[in-house]
Design a protein around this ligand. Structure first.
Ligand SMILES: [Zn+2]
Length: 90
């Protein structure tokens, strides 16, 4: 289920998590973060082996997401996710 992005998110300057391509019909989730293996880590570097990646709050173990402002996501035609972990009140 999805619904237009709530106004209070648009005016509040919130970030939303979108998996895959941002565009018409994309689903914008409440952002959360998950620790993942740092696949971009260079051998011998002192970068952390695990990094926090943005994910959808309703599916924190699912694919990683990209963060966009709510206003931009709305402009691009995304809808809000209505799962309990995201925006059930939307
Ligand atoms: Zn969601």
């Amino acid at each position: 289920m999805s619904t237009p992005i709530p106004r209070e998110l648009l005016t509040g300057g919130y970030s939303l998590a979108v998996r895959g391509q941002l565009g018409p019909g994309a689903i914008a989730h409440r952002p959360a973060s998950d620790k993942r293996t740092n696949t971009g880590r260079a051998m011998g570097s002192n970068q952390p082996a695990e990094v926090d990646v943005p994910v959808a709050a309703c599916d924190p173990k699912g694919p990683s997401a990209a963060l966009f402002t709510a206003a931009w996501a709305d402009h691009m035609g995304a809808h809000a996710c209505t799962e309990p972990g995201c925006f059930p009140e939307a």
